[in-house]
Design a protein around this ligand. Structure first.
Ligand code: RB5
Length: 148
């Protein structure tokens, strides 16, 4: 898959691990940064990854910050993005199956590299079920179209 990957300073170390793991797993990874541990602002990286996913340049996005929360909040401001924070494989899997999530945000300060691999593997390996869930996704997408 084509995966855009981004992190802030709090997610930098885990992002480095995740990039190596994704590449070793055969994915085409674009790392948008950050590339060092100096303090940066997570919305900048959420915007880069979210925009790539929404435009179709990436199939999925992976974000890492301290908690995964701020990245998810910011990425969800990009129309077309359905970002979820997850530190649990089952939640990550369900986010794909039912919510057609296209961005996952990991809490770099709260998951081990091994757990991150499990969570990402569950996310990437699951496929949206469609059916009744598509109607709900369409309603989420309609929220992107609202003005104001
Ligand atoms: C940075 O200290 C931290 O606030 C950020 O990485 C993230 O956890 C925000 O949601």
């Amino acid at each position: 898959m084509r995966i855009h990957l981004g992190a802030d300073h709090a997610g930098f170390q885990l992002k480095e691990h995740v990039r190596r793991w994704l590449v070793a797993s055969g994915h085409q990874v674009t790392d948008v940064g950050t590339h060092a541990e100096e303090s940066v602002d997570y919305p900048d990286y959420a915007a880069l990854v979210g925009t790539a996913v929404a435009s179709g340049d990436a199939d999925l996005g992976v974000l890492v910050c301290g908690t995964g929360l701020g990245m998810a909040i910011a990425a969800n401001k990009v129309p077309g993005v359905r970002a979820v924070q997850a530190s649990d494989s089952e939640m990550a899997r369900m986010a794909r199956l039912h919510n057609d999530a296209n961005v996952i945000s990991l809490p770099g300060r709260y998951v081990s590299p091994e757990r991150a691999e499990e969570v990402l593997g569950a996310f990437i390996g699951a496929v949206f079920e469609g059916g009744r869930h598509q109607r709900r996704i369409d309603k989420i997408s309609a929220l992107d179209e609202r003005e104001g």
